[in-house]
Design a binder for this molecule. Structure first.
Ligand code: ADP
Ligand code: MG
Length: 322
């Protein structure tokens, strides 16, 4: 790997002149060739971060390297395609003519226009006026404009926001295709499901801070992962027994069931011990921690520490500063 990281930030921080700390000491690493999902609720600081990385605004402190160079520098911009601000297209020009304008402005040969239109699946509508496009088509034309330079890295701010189900599916397919073409894609979303479906790795941002980073499976695992749910009677007796050989904070009672934070491989032996003690076990199943819960836990819990996952990394705590 000549250059393993497409984006790297160190302590990236942005405080707007209003005093709002939108991005707080962010260390982000996007690997070359991956689709990286930047996930966080509204107001978390996603757009601000992507504007920083695109060189549209300057950080208050900290630094970043984007496509091998400082954000906003000619070297970085030459290799970066970004759709961060809503692209301003001329409503009465066709899609193709809008791209001609962008190409001329960016000093890109006109020969790039047709391949890019094809990639975003707008060839058939290229001669129609922009104002007749659906939201999904407008969005894809925005991606086309970002692709004109043939960038190695594409930054897309909420590329599926506002799209209907069909438009969303088409945008996802496009993102997959871009990755297959060898590009790195950094996209933001406030929708968990979206990044789960399209991204190799995810960075979760809340209140300007990166609270977790990893694959979707790693995120799931770090917040408890899978649990064992047991319906047993009498409940108190079962609970006492379990607490006698498990760590007490591995045993919880939720909705009348015992929820154990243990390796599911222990299910059979736990069942044997309960039955041997005279407890009736009417149900025993492995629950996947839903990613939704993980996300909520990471982004909303005001002061709750992230459960220890063996690594002493930066996600030790979710700061509550609101
Ligand atoms: N130009 C700006 N001036 C002042 N505050 C801003 C500006 N843009 C965004 N903010 C604030 O910064 C925080 C992060 O916003 P933003 O980066 O847009 O989050 P996201 O894209 O995750 O929804 C919010 O509190 C928002 O109100
Ligand atoms: Mg935003």
């Amino acid at each position: 790997m000549a250059q393993a990281l497409a984006v790297e930030t160190h302590g990236l921080t942005k405080r707007y002149s209003t005093g709002v700390l939108a991005v707080d000491d962010l260390d982000l690493r996007v690997r070359t060739g991956e689709v990286y999902g930047f996930l966080g609720p509204n107001g978390a600081g996603k757009t601000t971060t992507l504007r920083l990385l695109s060189g549209l605004i300057h950080p208050t402190s900290g630094s970043a390297i984007v496509a091998g160079a400082v954000p906003g520098s000619p070297a970085s911009l030459a290799r970066l395609g970004a759709m961060v601000e809503t692209p301003a297209f001329y409503p009465y020009l066709s899609g193709r003519d809008n791209l001609r304008v962008v190409a001329r402005y960016a000093g890109v040969p006109k020969s790039r226009i047709d391949p890019v239109l094809k990639l975003v699946d707008l060839t058939d509508r290229a001669k129609h006026k922009f104002k007749t496009y659906s939201t999904g088509m407008k969005q894809r034309l925005g991606v086309a404009a970002a692709l004109l330079k043939g960038p190695d890295l594409l930054i897309l701010d909420e590329p599926t926001s506002g799209l209907d189900p069909q438009g969303t599916i088409e945008m996802r397919a496009l993102i997959k295709e871009l990755k297959q073409g060898g590009r790195t894609v950094l996209l933001s979303s406030h929708l968990l499901n979206e990044v789960e479906l399209t991204c190799d790795r995810v960075g979760v941002i809340a209140k300007g801070k990166l609270v977790a980073e990893g694959t979707v499976d790693e995120l799931r695992a770090r917040s408890g992962g899978r649990t064992l749910r047991i319906h047993a009677t009498p409940l108190e007796q079962a609970q006492r027994l379990l607490e006698s050989f498990l760590n007490p904070d591995q045993v919880r009672v939720i909705d009348g069931s015992l929820v154990l934070n243990v390796d599911p491989a222990q299910a059979a032996s736990i069942n044997r011990r309960l039955v041997a003690d005279g407890v009736d076990v009417s149900e025993l199943r492995v629950d996947e921690q839903s990613l939704e819960n993980v996300f909520l836990q990471l982004t909303e819990a005001p002061t709750q520490p992230t459960p220890a996952s063996g690594g002493g990394d930066r996600s030790g705590k979710v700061e509550g500063n609101k």
